[in-house]
Ligand binder design. Structure first.
Ligand code: AVJ
Length: 328
């Protein structure tokens, strides 16, 4: 009998799967169980997130899109001519199209995403719609060191577009390190165009993560479905319930999966025990104030030059310029 499991076989050839398994078991071993939110986005998870963005309760995506629709020309003016646009977590590049529509002689566009298939498909669609723009998709995790592809035209400045309030998934410290690295990547004259969800009435925020159709709950528990499928684990998905709450002191949503009873789960020969009511924290979603954003920018070697917001001040898009290097 051949006993080599498919998972072990795959893991040898697939470094992404190796990292996934290591991250999952590390997160579940600690006294406080956590799972990294970046793993929400398999095909089913991406589809569920698309559904979330259309929910009545989930305001961020439509608010950010409205800001982009209204202010893309002004943003493009800030980016200037011959700009190289780099995007973190590009997905379907829907918001980016609004920018590309207004850029003057861009040096190129580098969409970065971990989902290779999705990236290729949307890059191909973009290439068809923007034949004049040099589009070089990069399949990578933008939190890791990046090697940018070579472009045929020289750029006047590099701008990283980081929309969607994905910055909210990072702790203050992680956000700071990521923006610092990004400032270095862009270099002098460069900038970050950052989309961030703002602090507001906690009831509005909490509703956005507890929709009455239960789509967010399915999005949350799909992480366990994915772990079962890709890592051969045996989570009883029905025995974990969705919980999301806003911590107004810190200014963030915490999303958890709560064990409904005492149970155990096996992953890769290791057993993980759950008490009744014990939680796995699956996501932080930090909400910002304008002052918090300015401070974060400042500490990262950036300075806030311009902010675009909707009327209700629910969401902001920030032009953060790389600060001139001070000679020492
Ligand atoms: C894609 C990270 C911006 O934090 O609002 C939506 C993900 N989680 N509902 C967010 C999410 C639950 C979303 N981001």
């Amino acid at each position: 009998m051949i006993t080599t499991s498919t998972n072990q076989h795959l893991s040898i050839r697939n470094p992404l799967l190796v990292a996934f398994r290591a991250d999952v078991v590390r997160g579940l071993r600690g006294p406080v169980k956590t799972l990294p939110c970046k793993y929400f986005y398999d095909a089913a998870g991406s589809e569920l997130f698309e559904q979330i963005t259309e929910l009545e309760e989930y305001y961020p995506t439509r608010t950010e899109l409205a800001i982009m629709r209204e202010h893309a020309p002004a943003m493009a003016a800030h980016l200037g001519q011959r700009c190289l646009l780099i995007e973190y977590g590009s997905g379907s590049s829907l918001k980016t199209r609004l920018l590309l529509d207004h850029l003057v002689h861009p040096a190129g566009y580098i969409p970065i995403d971990v989902s290779g298939e999705h990236l290729q498909r949307s890059a191909q669609a973009l290439a068809g719609d923007y034949p004049g723009i040099d589009i070089r998709p990069l399949c990578a995790d933008f939190t890791r060191p990046l090697r940018l592809p070579e472009l045929s035209k020289p750029e006047a400045r590099r701008v990283v577009y980081f929309p969607g309030s994905t910055i909210g998934n990072f702790t203050h410290q992680e956000a700071l390190l990521l923006l610092r690295k990004t400032a270095l990547l862009c270099g002098g004259g460069g900038a970050v165009l950052l989309g961030a969800d703002m602090r507001k009435d906690p009831r509005v925020i909490e509703r956005a993560y507890n929709d009455h159709h239960g789509v967010t709950a399915r999005f949350n528990s799909n992480l366990l479905v994915r772990i079962n499928r890709e890592l051969g684990a045996d989570f009883n998905v029905e025995q974990f319930s969705h919980r999301a709450f806003y911590d107004s002191a810190v200014g963030r949503i915490e999303m958890h999966l709560i064990s409904r009873r005492a149970q155990s789960v096996h992953i890769d020969g290791e057993t993980f025990f759950f008490q009744p009511g014990e939680s796995i924290r699956t996501e932080y979603s930090h909400k910002y104030s304008l002052r918090g954003l300015c401070q974060l920018a400042e500490a990262s070697g950036l300075e806030s030059r311009r902010v675009w917001m909707d009327k209700r001040h629910y969401f902001s898009v920030n032009y953060l310029a790389v600060k001139a290097q001070v000679a020492c």
